[in-house]
Design a protein around this ligand. Structure first.
Ligand code: ATP
Length: 444
């Protein structure tokens, strides 16, 4: 069972120009220890997704709906001790409530103005119920059980038989704060903004350790020195008292990684962790991230616009476009056999390490306006293979049986809705892997 499950996550920003849907019904999961890459151009919704996991979306942004479930038995037990009145037993609710009656309660609350009526969710629920596909768990996870008053708005610890998890989106703020750092930590692209220039690097890491763990000053210092050593800071004991400006860019990023790992989180979110670094340092930092997160069995959600970086670190990839995933696959399968034209476009723009040529090709056009996303497939205005159907029909995420279960892509090609189909070919030479990916004749 996955450690982290994100389901139908939708995040809007209410701007003066209109409502920006930055993340749109996003679903994915990450296993314990898995290295999960999230790739896409600027504006795809990668950072908003990451900030949602930490519940750090600020006004005018709002997490509109969805579920973010964190399944770690120790964490469930820890939080249950502090929040014994926020526990839900799904089995009891199944016995107590009739699903149809719960849905009727929602209808009873409804007037024409409500969102539920607006987006036909109520009808969808009824259809799923009629098809025998709806369970109390769905109503809980989709937020309807709390809307209908079946559970409290902050009932976030869920037991269902042997399963147990915390629902981040219903957790009280103090519980979320205890998850941040302890369970889900984040490193940002720019180490300089993460490190405070007026404190020594060592003090800052020690402070993070003391804040989360019950360590004395001396213990925290020893742990910091160990960590600095582990992330490859030479002469860690003496460098403990250095200020951030006395560290090189690569060393600063190593220190930030040490700080993020100091409390042994289950998930580390790394948002473009190597963008500010030169190519050689980037490779070293990615190696370090892989080794050290393997050692601690930490799951990583790596956010980047660069498929080359994903190849260095990740097992699984999700390609995002305009707030939605367009393709998910194990990393090797994605590189050797990409399914979505956007993925192919991204691959074409991977520069080869040591190659000073300009990027081979870039995808023409830019990310659409997220206030008024294009009809049908949101990638169609930029897609070299777009047909009329792509303007009209929104593709579904199609799972592929023939390979691994975790492969899927969102293109009309895979529901046989295209007349000519997508015509790219990808050639990859073994020793050069995906850096030689070449898209078909359509990308001139
Ligand atoms: N504070 C905000 N106010 C309004 N819109 C926002 C805000 N933050 C993000 N957005 C919207 O959300 C979209 C997705 O942003 P996000 O930062 O997640 O993209 P990204 O894929 O991480 O891109 P980048 O690589 O540039 O960080 C943006 O295009 C923007 O329209």
């Amino acid at each position: 069972m996955a450690l982290l499950e994100v389901e139908n996550l939708t995040v809007n920003f209410y701007t003066s120009e209109g409502v920006v849907t930055a993340v749109d019904e996003l679903t994915y999961e990450i296993d314990r220890g898995e290295k999960f890459g999230v790739v896409g151009e600027s504006g795809a919704g990668k950072s908003v997704t990451a900030l949602s996991l930490l519940r750090l979306i600020e006004s005018p942004g709002e997490i509109e709906r969805g579920s973010i479930r964190f399944r770690d038995p120790d964490t469930v037990a820890r939080l249950e001790e502090s929040y014994p009145d926020h526990v839900v037993d799904v089995e009891e609710l199944r016995n107590e409530y009739d699903l149809e009656a719960v849905i009727e309660r929602l209808e009873g609350d409804d007037d024409e103005e409500t969102e539920l009526a607006d987006n036909h969710r109520y009808d969808e629920l009824k259809e799923s119920l009629a098809a025998g596909e709806l369970d109390m768990r769905d109503l809980i996870d989709q937020g309807h059980a709390s809307e209908a008053g079946v559970i409290g708005e902050e009932d976030f610890i869920v037991y269902d038989g042997d399963e147990q998890y915390v629902e981040l989106l219903r957790a009280p703020e103090a519980a979320v704060r205890s998850l941040r750092g302890n369970n889900v930590a984040m490193i940002f692209q720019d180490a300089q903004t993460a490190l405070n220039p007026v404190y020594t690097v060592g003090e800052q890491i020690s402070e993070a350790i003391r804040h989360h763990l019950d360590y004395s000053d001396e213990e925290a210092k020893q742990r910091t020195i160990e960590l600095l050593d582990q992330v490859g800071i030479p002469d860690a004991e003496n460098r403990y008292t250095d200020y951030p400006h006395e560290f090189s860019g690569g060393m600063q990023q190593r220190a930030v990684i040490a700080m993020a790992l100091s409390c042994d989180p289950d998930v580390l979110i790394a948002d473009e962790p190597t963008t500010a670094l030169d190519v050689t340092t980037e490779a070293k930092i990615l190696d370090l991230l892989r080794d050290i997160t393997d050692e601690f069995d930490t799951a990583v959600q790596l956010i980047t616009h660069d498929l080359g970086v994903v190849a260095e670190l990740c097992d699984q990839v999700m390609v995002m476009y305009a707030g939605q995933p367009v393709e998910k696959a194990p990393v090797e399968e994605l590189y050797y056999d990409p399914k979505h034209p956007y993925t192919v476009g991204l691959m074409s723009s991977i520069p080869r390490i040591g190659d000073d040529r300009e990027r081979l090709q870039t995808i023409p056009g830019s990310m659409p306006d997220l206030i008024d996303t294009p009809s049908g497939c949101s990638f169609h205005p930029r897609c070299p293979y777009a047909e009329d159907a792509c303007k009209r029909k929104e593709p579904k995420m199609v799972e592929f049986d023939e390979e691994s279960e975790s492969r899927s892509a969102k293109c009309l090609e895979y529901t046989d809705d295209l007349e000519d189909g997508v015509g790219f070919t990808v050639t990859v030479e073994d020793d050069r892997r995906m850096n030689e990916a070449v898209s078909g004749e359509h990308h001139e």
